[in-house]
Design a protein around this ligand. Structure first.
Ligand code: HEM
Length: 331
C-alpha cells in the first residue's frame, strides 16, 4: 500500500500536515527548495538521494521479534513467507552525478516492507546522526551553502554557522573519521530517530534502529583513488549475482536519560542492550520506476506496533518535505 501518493496535493496543503511546532519553525517546501538550490537545481531527481539504485528483497523477522512489536512484519517468522521489500540505496544530496567516492556524504537506504495491514518504511543513513537538530536549523544550514554569484558558497558564512551550531558538524566529523564504504551493501545504516515499539500486550520499548551489514567492506585512501566516480551500481550487480546482501535489523534499547528528540545526539551504543529483530536480504536490482513513482515515507507508512518520536521536530516534517520533492520531480 503506497499511502504517500495521496500526499501529492501541493505544497500548501502539505505544509498543513506538519505538527504546529515544526510548522512555526520552517516550511518544508522552503527547505526542499533550498536542498535543490544547494545541489544545482537538477530536474527530475530527488532533493536528496538523487543518485541511487532501486532494489528488491525480503525481510524475515527473528522468532521473538513480536515480543517487542506487534507490527505484522515482525510476526511472519516462516522464511517461506518472508515479507516482500522494495528498497533503494542512494548518495546523499540532490546531485545525480555526485561521485561515489565522496567521503563526508551519507549513503542512504530507503525501504518499504509490504503488508496489507500497513507497510513498514525506513529511510535511513550510513551515520548514527543527522546534520541538524531542528527544521529551522536545517533551513539555515542549507541557506549558507547556496552558491553566490561566483558559483561558490561563502566559506566564511559556513564557518560562522558551524561555530554557532557545533552539533551540525557531528555528522561530517563522524564520516570524515571513517573510510569510504566499498559498497552500498558494505556499511551499517541508522534510522537516527528514537522509535517506540509496542507489543500485543501494550508494553512499550524505546529504541534506535540500526541495519547492520553482514559483509562490511571499506576502501583505503589508495584504493579510493583508483576508483572511478561511479562504481557502486556495478559493484552491487556483481555482489547480488553471487547471492543476497544481508543486514540484521538491530534495536538499540534506550536507557533513562538517552535523548529521544535530538537526531544530532548519539547514544553510547556499545553500552546499550540490543535485540535483533530480523534479517533483511537484498536480492536483486529493480527498475528505477519501481522506486520513483512514490516516496518512501518514513513517517506516514508505519503499521501499528511501531511509531516515530512525537517530540523530535525532524521527524514529522519529513513526510511533507518528501511529498514536495516527489511532486517537483514528477512534473
Ligand atoms: C527535516 C528533515 C529532513 C528533510 C526536510 C528531508 C528531505 C528529504 C527529501 C525532500 C528527500 C527526497 C524525497 C523524494 O523525492 O522521494 C529526501 C530523501 C532522503 N532522505 Fe531525507 N530529509 C530529512 C531528514 C532525513 C533524515 C533524518 C534521514 C536519515 C535518517 C534522511 C534520509 C534520506 C534518504 C536516505 C533519502 C533518499 C530516499 C530515496 O532513496 O527515495 N532524511 N530527504
Amino acid at each position: 500500500m503506497i499511502r504517500s501518493l495521496s500526499l501529492m496535493a501541493g505544497a500548501a496543503a502539505l505544509a498543513s500536515l506538519v505538527a504546529p511546532a515544526a510548522a512555526e519553525e520552517a516550511d518544508p517546501a522552503a527547505i526542499v527548495a533550498l536542498q535543490f538550490a544547494v545541489s544545482g537545481d537538477h530536474k527530475g531527481v530527488r532533493a536528496s538521494g538523487a543518485k541511487g539504485v532501486c532494489l528488491r528483497g525480503t525481510f524475515t523477522p527473528a522468532s521473538d521479534a513480536a515480543s517487542l512489536s506487534k507490527a505484522p512484519q515482525f510476526a511472519k517468522t516462516d522464511p517461506a513467507k518472508a515479507v516482500p521489500v522494495t528498497a533503494r540505496f542512494s548518495m546523499g544530496g540532490g546531485n545525480p552525478k555526485i561521485s561515489d567516492k565522496t567521503k563526508a556524504t551519507t549513503r542512504g537506504f530507503a525501504m518499504r516492507m509490504a503488508d496489507p495491514a500497513g507497510d513498514l518504511t525506513f529511510v535511513i543513513i550510513s551515520a548514527p546522526v543527522f546534520s541538524t537538530r531542528t527544521p529551522g536549523q536545517l533551513l539555515d544550514f542549507l541557506k549558507v551553502r547556496v552558491a553566490g554569484p561566483d558559483g561558490k558558497p561563502d566559506a566564511e558564512k559556513i564557518k560562522a554557522f558551524a561555530a554557532q551550531n557545533p552539533e551540525t558538524g557531528r555528522q561530517a566529523a563522524w564520516l570524515n573519521a571513517r573510510p569510504v564504504p566499498a559498497s552500498f551493501a558494505g556499511t551499517d545504516y541508522w534510522a537516527v530517530h528514537a522509535y517506540t515499539l509496542t507489543n500485543a500486550k501494550g508494553d512499550t520499548t524505546t529504541a534506535k534502529l540500526k541495519f547492520v551489514a553482514a559483509d562490511k567492506t571499506t576502501l583505503s585512501d589508495e584504493e579510493l583513488k583508483a576508483k572511478p566516480d561511479a562504481f557502486y551500481a556495478d559493484e552491487l550487480k556483481e555482489r547480488l549475482a553471487r547471492g543476497p546482501a544481508t543486514f540484521d535489523l538491530v534495536a538499540i534499547l534506550a536507557e533513562p536519560g538517552d535523548p529521544t528528540a535530538d537526531v544530532t545526539a548519539t547514544w553510547p551504543e556499545d553500552q546499550r542492550k540490543t535485540k535483533t529483530l530480523g534479517t533483511l536480504a537484498i536480492t536483486e536490482i529493480a527498475p528505477d520506476a519501481t522506486c520513483d513513482a512514490a516516496t518512501f515515507d518514513p513517517v506516514v507508512d508505519l503499521p501499528e506496533g511501531i511509531a516515530g518520536p512525537a517530540d523530535d521536530p525532524m521527524f514529522a516534517i519529513r513526510s511533507p518535505a518528501y511529498a514536495v520533492s516527489l511532486s517537483r520531480r514528477s512534473n
